[in-house]
Design a protein around this ligand. Structure first.
Ligand SMILES: O=C(O)CCC(=O)C(=O)O
Length: 284
């Protein structure tokens, strides 16, 4: 559980880094299973429902940059998504009743791991209130050297930035005067620890030029009464995502600056694909 100081730090700064959350046996299993997925990717030649591939991926030299919806594909990822010590921390920050609204495993392998351009998750999925956050389970040590998550503290209290280019949503901040250089900081965390960032937090990460892997299992959690502004395609699937609490139809609305991520760009398959449309990317 978090202490009062950590809770206040999160609300003031929009992020946290907590070591020693995942026990060694689960961490070992996460690593083994993730390696098995990369092995399976040898049979895949283009992005599909499970794999988002790095440029240059081949059967002989598999390069996966993301496992999509990992908890749907292996019980260990599902176990971590529902892991009580994580849920206890999350409920301290966004309230007792929660559901998840997405999960993905981003991999940055040594020397070629793709960057994630600066963005706010809120720009992808605005809700009726902003009690949403992402937990990053560190499968490897996340350090400045292997391109850990970078955040701009307190940016979760500021505007929602423009993520459109030529009238289309491209999932990356496109304001020409946006320069994270001076104000961004690294969120370092040991393997088995977690990072947490607020849904409105500006964040991104550089390509991995080190010789160390950086695999981060990101799980999105939200207050049960935060409802997606883009709608609920299926009531049963929506409620299957409840982790604590019971279904209700009373969303809570609070004031938060919103931009709708429409119209979508053609290459909208994953954040990497849509961000590759950016004409002037900050991370090369
Ligand atoms: O993997 C990272 O460093 C950041 C990932 C991220 O922000 C995302 O996938 O939305």
């Amino acid at each position: 559980m978090l202490g009062q100081k950590e809770i206040e730090f999160y609300h003031q700064n929009g992020y946290l880094s907590i070591n020693n959350v995942i026990p060694d046996d689960i961490l070992t299993e996460l690593r083994q299973v993730t390696d098995e997925f990369v092995e399976k990717s040898r049979r895949v030649i283009e992005h599909n429902d499970v794999f988002d591939l790095e440029p240059g991926h081949t059967p002989d030299s598999p390069r996966v940059r993301r496992i999509k919806h990992p908890a749907d594909h292996h019980p260990v990822y599902d176990k971590v998504l529902r892991y009580d010590p994580i849920l206890n921390i999350v409920t301290q920050l966004i309230g007792l009743d929660i559901r998840h609204n997405g999960h993905k495993l981003n991999m940055k392998y040594p020397k070629f791991g793709s960057p994630v351009q600066w963005h706010q998750d809120w720009a992808f999925y605005p809700h009726t209130n902003d009690d949403l956050l992402a937990v990053g389970v560190a499968i490897d040590d996340m350090t400045t050297e292997n391109s850990c998550l970078m955040v701009i503290p307190r940016s979760h209290l500021g505007p929602t930035y423009n993520h459109h280019q030529n009238g289309e949503f491209i999932g990356s901040v496109t304001e020409t005067d946006f320069d994270p250089q001076a104000t961004s900081i690294p969120v370092e965390v040991k393997a088995g620890g977690i990072s947490i960032h607020h849904v409105r937090m500006l964040h991104g990460s550089a390509p991995n030029t080190s010789d160390q892997p950086r695999r981060l299992y990101l799980i999105q959690y939200c207050a049960l009464d935060a409802w997606p502004l883009l709608g609920i395609p299926n009531w049963d699937i929506f409620n299957d995502c409840i982790l604590r609490g019971t279904p209700n139809n009373e969303p809570r609305t609070t004031e938060a600056p919103v931009r709708i991520p429409l119209p979508q760009a053609e290459r909208a398959g994953s954040i990497y694909e849509v961000q590759s449309l950016m004409e002037k990317p900050l991370y090369q």
